[in-house]
Design a binder for this molecule. Structure first.
Ligand code: ZN
Ligand code: ZN
Length: 532
């Protein structure tokens, strides 16, 4: 009964047995009771059970003690768990230590996790998995993967949960080398391609920019879950492979599978990237009417992007105004981009001003609005907006780019000179600059620079971080290697153009993952078709 959906009934039953039958509980009764209390989050009842345990003299039993640690940490009463852990150091086994470790992870107390892990007399796979989980849940993704490597060095066989966790960590980081390493570990143990592992691999490869590998895992999976399809559909969409995404979605439907919220994020995302307006409208309708899924911010985001790209700005505004939830400023930001693209000055001005009022510290809005003015050669206004931005100290959230090389991650910020190969990097950048210059590239900074002070000028021609990463990529990558870069902000127009030229002149594939999408540069073209 303790495992049932009505845990409180077993607690009541225990009370009844004690009162009416005068039966004596044994050491197996309490763990069951505690399980029931944990499930029902019945702290009060749990404490009562604890009192009984003490009264009946079962408190030296390790098994029972471990259950109390689990119970208290599950109820977020970590001090109680610590008390049980501390009060009798002689009756601890590995489960005791792991239970306490898990309690700290649940509280996000990562320093205590590390300290306790080092103090443990022995560690098993569970201990490692708890520590890795602590890092990953806390957002310390690189430490999580590092910890996985240490665990491998101890010759321990990872379990499925660990593998899924580190795959997700490397997907979030976008680090292909790390992901490949995890895949090689999976292969070395002949781990079966289960739904969680296969899905984790698809997601990792797609997010690390290797869609071919994602495809290959997907096709080899003996059994696929809806989540595996979702990972593949979203992955294809993020890579801008419109046709393939939709045909995969069609086979998904043909198999009689039921799409969920996430499936439609992938599908709509794909329609917006591929400019498939009618399809997008149709799937958006299908989602609500056939499958009864309420659109969330992401779905609206895709639709607004889709309509905005196609120049259907008023339809997009209509959609936003009919939303049942409060529109995210990002939606208006997307529309602002569309106004710039389609030269809708008045509307852009209106939206831009509204956005700046609602979030005066967001630098991107000023830049977009000044871009709209610049396109119209309204230099007075460009200047005004830039002054406003400086006055209000809009924090230019630091842009950075990452590149992986020989198992290390190299991070660059704009005009970075801290890297150990900085001298070579700038030299390389000069060489690249003159070669693509011969091919017709000219830096497109004039509109922004017109009529602004020298100091601002210097700032505006800062070498953006991805250029440094690309130059470094040329120094370290093999001649056939694709250069993969991850950056946190949107790619600027000029760097986008720059990278297109580099991919053409050097016949080199360059994949840039920015905040939301992939730019796959090849032979002078980008997969985003210059709209992002
Ligand atoms: Zn740039
Ligand atoms: Zn692009």
């Amino acid at each position: 009964m303790a495992k049932s959906e009505k845990p409180r009934e077993s607690i009541a039953l225990y009370g009844f047995i004690r009162r009416e039958k005068d039966l004596c509980p044994n050491e197996y009764t309490f763990p069951f009771l505690l399980q029931a209390c944990s499930k029902g989050l019945a702290l009060f009842e749990g404490v009562q059970v604890h009192t009984h345990v003490l009264k009946l003299g079962f408190d030296g039993n390790v098994y029972i003690r471990n259950n109390f640690i689990h119970f208290y940490s599950g109820c977020s009463m970590i001090e109680y768990a610590e008390k049980v852990f501390d009060e009798s150091p002689e009756s601890r086994d590995i489960v005791t230590w792991n239970a306490m470790l898990g309690g700290y992870v649940r509280e996000g107390r990562i320093e205590d996790v590390e300290k306790m892990f080092n103090e443990m007399p022995e560690r098993d796979v569970i201990s490692w998995s708890i520590k890795i989980m602590g890092y990953v849940q806390n957002g310390n993704l690189e430490e999580g993967i590092e910890c996985f490597r240490e665990m491998r060095d101890e010759d321990l066989v990872p379990n499925e949960a660990i593998l899924v966790m580190v795959l997700s960590a490397s997907a979030q980081l976008g680090m292909l080398d790390q992901g490949r390493f995890i895949h090689s570990v999976i292969n070395s143990f002949d781990f079966p391609l289960t739904v969680p592992i296969g899905t984790g691999l698809i997601d990792m490869y797609a997010k690390c920019g290797s869609i071919e590998q994602a495809r290959s895992v997907f096709s080899r999976m003996p059994k696929k879950g809806v989540c595996s399809w979702n990972a593949m559909i979203c992955g294809l969409a993020a890579h801008g492979l419109g046709k393939e995404t939709l045909s995969l979605f069609q086979s998904f439907l043909n198999k009689g599978l039921v799409p969920v919220n996430v499936t439609f994020i992938g599908v709509l995302n794909c329609c917006s990237r591929a400019g498939l307006v009618n399809e997008g409208r149709r799937y958006f309708k299908m989602m609500r009417e056939t499958y009864g899924i309420q659109p969330e911010m992401e779905h609206y985001g895709c639709m607004v992007d889709l309509l905005g790209r196609a120049g259907l700005v008023s339809e997009a505004i209509d959609l936003i105004e009919k939303m049942t939830v409060k529109p995210d400023p990002v939606l208006w930001g997307t529309l602002l981009g569309a106004c710039k693209k389609h030269g809708l000055i008045e509307l852009g001005e209106k939206i831009g001003k509204k956005l700046i009022e609602s979030d005066p510290t967001h630098e991107g809005h000023y830049v977009q609005l000044s871009g709209i003015y610049a396109k119209q050669m309204k230099w007075e206004n460009v200047l005004g907006i830039r002054r406003l931005m400086l006055d209000r100290k809009a924090n230019k959230s630091a842009g950075w780019s990452l590149i992986e090389a020989q198992g290390r991650t190299h991070m660059f910020v704009a005009s970075d000179r801290d890297h150990e190969s900085s001298f070579e990097i700038y030299k390389m950048l000069q060489v690249i600059g003159s070669r693509i210059g011969e091919d017709g590239y000219s830096p497109n900074v004039s509109p922004v620079l017109h009529d602004i002070t020298d100091e601002e000028k210097a700032n505006a021609v800062k070498v953006h971080s991805e250029r440094l990463a690309i130059a470094f990529g040329f120094l370290i990558a093999g001649p056939e290697d694709c250069i993969r870069i991850i950056k946190n902000l949107r790619v600027c127009d000029d760097c986008h153009e720059f990278t297109k030229f580099v991919s053409k002149v050097y016949k080199r594939e360059i994949i840039v993952r920015d905040g939301s999408r992939f730019h796959h540069f090849k032979e002078g073209e980008c997969s985003c078709l210059d709209y992002w």
